[in-house]
Design a protein around this ligand. Structure first.
Ligand code: FES
Ligand code: FES
Length: 207
């Protein structure tokens, strides 16, 4: 490995040449639509908490290749598929009718996924903020937000929760309850378990 070699991973594999993935979409090519959103993860050796990597939802159309040195890139293919198993972020947008033409969906999925990787118990305000860079021309956003509401929780004391909402209405804290849902049956959703996410590539843990 020479010191001027560009090293990065895509979906857990070190990139050697062309990766040939088609899930990430090119909409505007100028940072306006979010269809190209992917997650970039970078090792944070001096972090004081337990997070060893920080995750960012990034417009791939604006990211220069050279900015990816020692970065783990995750695309929509990297989190789940119909053939393997859908990730809850993919499953819930589908089951809540949050995808119509589907062009915006990979980007929206990755914005939500990056949010959950940094914060497994987001508030609805966090979810709305995460989608500020994602446009959808079909759904009117309501089904997307309704579906992803199932990852949020509110406490009866008015604070954001600290316990796990898994979409089945099961909560580890008796005072916690999910925000209301209506377009779907949460019993159809697979639980979200953040402990099962892909680990950061050890090879990229370089100071
Ligand atoms: Fe529209 Fe990248 S293609 S933001
Ligand atoms: Fe068509 Fe969002 S589903 S743009």
């Amino acid at each position: 490995t020479s010191s001027d070699e560009l090293i990065f991973f895509v979906n857990g594999k070190k990139v050697r040449r062309v990766v040939g993935l088609t899930g990430t979409k090119l909409g505007c090519a100028e940072g306006g639509c979010g269809a190209c959103t992917v997650m970039l993860s970078r090792y944070q050796p001096f972090h004081t908490n337990k997070l060893i990597s920080q995750h960012y939802a990034v417009n791939a159309c604006l990211a220069p290749l050279c900015s990816l040195h020692l970065v783990a890139v995750t695309t929509v293919e990297g989190i789940g598929s119909v053939a393997r198993k859908l990730h809850p972020v993919q499953e819930r947008i589908a089951k809540s009718h949050g995808s119509q033409c589907g062009f915006c969906t990979p980007g929206i999925v990755m914005s939500m996924y990056a949010l959950l990787r940094n914060n497994p118990t987001p508030s609805m305000a966090d979810v709305e903020e995460a989608f500020q860079g994602n446009l959808c021309r079909c759904t009117g956003y309501r089904p997307i937000l309704e579906g992803y509401k199932t990852f949020t929780m509110v406490r009866t004391d008015g604070k954001n929760g600290c316990c796990m909402a898994n979409g089945n209405g099961d909560f580890q804290g008796s005072k916690d309850k999910p925000e209301a849902t209506s377009l779907y049956n949460t019993a159809d959703f697979e639980p979200y378990d953040p402990t099962q996410e892909v680990i950061f590539p050890p090879e990229l843990m370089v100071r």
